[in-house]
Design a protein. Structure first.
Length: 211
């Protein structure tokens, strides 16, 4: 085989190698999913450390999270939805990072580690919650409003660090339908206004007649 043929084969092999390497690169969606999982894992690892079950902070996981954030932050191919998702994850991480820094500083200054751990748990997802209001004439049949109300309440609970285990949509629907029926019967109103808010670190859920 001639030299020219050898060069052609090597060039083709290099091209195939580059294509293969490109195909193995994770997609933005995969990177966003991994980032979300890593932030969740990092929070758990910091919780474990602050509760005294680990000898050192999870710096390796933290560095991996920051590497992914930097890579995605520089990626100009992200769609609008992907960019929105990324910004939400980045904001969540920054909130956690600032809290971890303050907690570590408190430990270095001799503050109670248990108190620091409890303060960390109260932050929940680290995402702020804005008050929401929903009005319905027939909450038993207004499934769309029930789902939006349920989603808002779950978000509020998570922002306060409250558990959502056992808090199912059917059970919630039954609860608010019963409350709405009681209000209508007692006050003679046609519509019921439901509000979800976070007050002093606790979820506030109220139902009243819509005037």
């Amino acid at each position: 085989m001639g030299v020219r043929d050898n060069k052609l084969i090597r060039a083709q092999q290099r091209a195939k190698s580059k294509v293969g390497a490109g195909e193995e690169q994770p997609t933005p969606e995969e990177q966003l999913g991994r980032l979300e999982d890593d932030i969740r894992r990092l929070k758990i690892e910091f919780d474990i450390y602050f509760n005294g079950a680990a000898k050192r902070p999870p710096y390796d996981t933290r560095n991996r999270v920051e590497t992914i954030i930097k890579r995605l932050g520089d990626d100009r191919t992200l769609s609008y939805a992907q960019r929105y998702h990324f910004n939400s994850l980045a904001a969540r991480y920054i909130a956690f990072r600032d809290l971890w820094r303050r907690t570590l500083q408190g430990r270095e200054e001799g503050r109670d580690p248990a108190s620091a751990a409890r303060a960390l748990a109260v932050t929940g997802s680290g995402e702020p919650f804005s008050p929401l209001t929903f009005v319905s004439t027939d909450i038993r049949r207004d499934i769309a409003t029930v789902k939006d109300l349920y989603k808002a309440l779950v978000q509020a609970k998570r922002s306060c660090g409250e558990t959502t285990i056992g808090f199912s949509l059917p059970r919630f629907h039954q609860l608010i339908a019963s409350r709405a029926d009681s209000l209508k019967e007692k006050l003679g109103c046609q519509r019921v206004c439901f509000s979800v808010n976070v007050e002093e670190g606790h979820v506030s859920f109220k139902a009243k007649a819509d005037e």
